[in-house]
Design a protein around this ligand. Sequence first.
Ligand code: SF4
Ligand code: SF4
Length: 167
Amino acid sequence: MLRELARGLGTTLKMMFEKPVTIQYPEEKRPVKPRFRGRHVLKRYDNGMEKCIGCALCAAACPADAIFVESAENTDAERYSPGERYASTYEINMLRCIYCGFCEDACPTEAIVLGDNYELSFTDRHQAIYPKEMLLEPVTEGVKPTPQKVEPGVYTRSVPEMKNPQD
Ligand code: SF4
Ligand code: SF4
């Protein structure tokens, strides 16, 4: 019995001098893997224009029926995105989402991406529905937010022209 006790204490002593594997979350966070799928982000172009064109292909591809999209017409006086339409409403129900990434794959403009944020918490079901205001990334410094007033005839295409379709 004494031998077992000594072995147990020996293990305790040995562990006291090893580097701890625990971290002080939330002050300290472990980096996620490159292909990690966390909370969605609606991306913008460098000029602040929204990439989402309200086509709802992401909603059609979603196996959990977690996405709701409503679109409206862009005008050059009030332009949110290139092309004809933009998402006037964009919601994701995070309680339904299974983080499969199908929405990301279906999007023709690479507007919706699953980011690295895994800190999702809600105290009731309504808070789990993330609206566009929460999902849309903020504009960078010095860039105008949407809607923007633009010159007529500049943003006629919803999907940027590709030099090589294989890209
Ligand atoms: S990650 Fe999957 S389940 Fe979640 S919103 Fe996108 S398509 Fe739907
Ligand atoms: S996120 Fe992409 S697929 Fe979904 S509505 Fe916007 S442009 Fe269409």
